[in-house]
Design a protein around this ligand. Sequence first.
Ligand code: NAD
Length: 498
Amino acid sequence: MDSIQSIIGGKVYNSTSGRNSAVFNPATGEQIAEVGLCSASEVERALDAALALQGEWGRRPIAERARMMFRLQHLLEQRKEDIARLISREHGKTHEDALGEISRGIEPVAFASGMPHILKGEHSLNVAKNVDSYSLRQPLGVCAGITPFNFPVMVPLWMLANALVCGNCFILKPSERDPSASLLLHELILEAGFPSGVFSVVQGDKEAVDALLTAKGVAGISFVGSTPIAEYVYRTGCSNGKRVQALGGAKNHMVVMADADLDKVVDALIGSAYGAAGERCMAISAALPIGNEVADRLVARLQERVKAIRIGPASDAESEMGPLITQQHKEKVEGYIEAGVKEGAELVVDGRGHKVAGNEGGYFLGGSLFDRVTPNMRIYREEIFGPVLVVVRAGSLDEAVSLINAHELGNGVSIYTRDGGTARNFMQSVEIGMVGINVPIPVPVGYHSFGGWKRSLFGAHGIYGPESVHFYTKLKTVTARWGETSGSGGKAEFNFPH
Ligand code: NAD
């Protein structure tokens, strides 16, 4: 059985903590590897290696760091088939979906390749006699990233591209459920010419995370995962003096107006609610049709389509939806379906008990669809993170907006309409970080930034794009006087100049 290691100071490192975690192939249910979980002292070791390199790495000319990033972009493109297979093996998503993940991960790398332009700073000439003022951004210091299972390549790239190019050494703590992709990323980073040791991988669980959150030498923490852990990471990291951005969970709504093109709506909902088995933080998990007439037509169409989703392993090119990540997570999602039924929602399609011939041990679940869900139900209030779509019938757009704004999570939202004014008003009044208009999954491109509102993001900065440049750098503003021809005549100035 494969044993998955860490990378410390540029070298493969076998944890001696004696603690391991099993890694499964979710499509078969077989254990395929185990990963050694680093102890706090092993995390310290990775940190010491990073701290030793931080000064030199931060002073490297930005053009050199950008060239390495450019080569990394090329290598990721070249190796995307291998990377996708690795993602599917441990995560279970289809091959095409894994390729999509890689493409979206390459975007921040491409953005980071242009960092010399972005880091130029600002300069004001003659702010007073012979005085100039300018601002620049310097590296934050050693940064760490803690990432979730659902995007084992894209989310690490969201973080490490801008962290490294801005001159920070970076330590990644990947999800222990699909840890192998992090090692392939390290291989490509070395091949791209980055100095050995500026990027480390510490495999681990809570112990490794806690060590990063409390270690003195860590300057910044980027976290992506569930809301309770995001909040914990934010509070603990901040109280230990670190800059923290912690992105959490989601309950993303799609509002369906009566004038929307229902064919497009149904396609969009099927892809965004059931793609990757609903294990996406930008999945649409609640549909809000406006008016009963739209709701009746929508539910009837969805019912047929949900039943027709082709469920299977990534090895079958026909599969549209793969398994869930673990048996435990599958049971959790089944528990939500049970809870929805108990609370009185109408289960229109029940995905429980779905079996895939030849893959009976896999963690497969069929798509489920609930109608007549009300805002007090757990299946509406909580993130399910599985292939379950809930339909909440709203009487008006105002009612839908009030519901969305009252929800504690605020990652993404979408509206389908043919009316520009309706879409514009909605976009302005909705309290959500990322808004789609006739677009189901409004993940911003790599040169914009990604981030939710409310309990979907703790901290002031979104991830990747311009926001992450601010996160991974410290602002310095310089006021300089040059060219003074005479002295100040022995007179000190005690007052603010006016
Ligand atoms: P998770 O919160 O269980 O784990 C995320 C990371 O935190 C992992 O590296 C894990 O090892 C670590 N961790 C887990 N428990 C911990 C603890 N008690 N103390 C310290 N560290 C701990 O999340 P997950 O199940 O891997 O991923 C799914 C979640 O991530 C969903 O809620 C999803 O919405 C969210 N997510 C959010 C975004 C976003 O951009 N907002 C993107 C992807 C995923």
